[in-house]
Write a protein that binds this ligand. Structure first.
Ligand code: ZN
Length: 135
């Protein structure tokens, strides 16, 4: 599959997931879809809770689904919101755990690509495994 076809498919999956978001408090739905290096796609939605801090973002749901399925290398992740919002700091850190080179597509609900970036661009000087091992 060509790169632009894969990008379109990933954004489409994120937009489909967006419809299932559970965001009754913020009314800010988010859909995400992460492409593992074996070609599998895992989607995610933001899931809010009446106890607000328990809310989890779509990007982390998608990544955690993939990781729990044994995937730890990702080519790209697409994030869909109504206005092209970018991933929060927590999600950037979780993405960094699995690779700074992962491509991040930011799109809106119409499927329009707003921005193409990478995890390393979103989180420069990321804290990582190497920091823990330095003596
Ligand atoms: Zn987040």
């Amino acid at each position: 599959m060509a790169a632009n076809e894969m990008r379109e498919k990933l954004i489409e999956k994120a937009a489909e997931a967006y419809q299932k978001a559970h965001a009754p408090y913020s009314n800010y739905s988010v859909g995400a879809a992460v492409l593992a290096d074996d070609g599998e796609i895992y989607d995610g939605i933001n899931i809010e809770n009446a106890v607000y801090p328990l809310t989890i973002c779509a990007e982390r749901v998608a990544i955690f689904k993939a990781v729990s399925a044994g995937k730890k290398k990702f080519k790209a992740i697409a994030v869909v919101t109504k206005n092209g919002g970018t991933p929060c700091g927590s999600c950037r850190q979780v993405m960094a755990e699995f690779g700074l080179d992962t491509v991040v597509y930011i799109a809106d609900t119409s499927g329009k690509l707003i921005q193409t970036t990478t995890v390393s661009e979103l989180l420069p000087n990321a804290f990582g495994e190497g920091d823990l091992n330095e003596s």
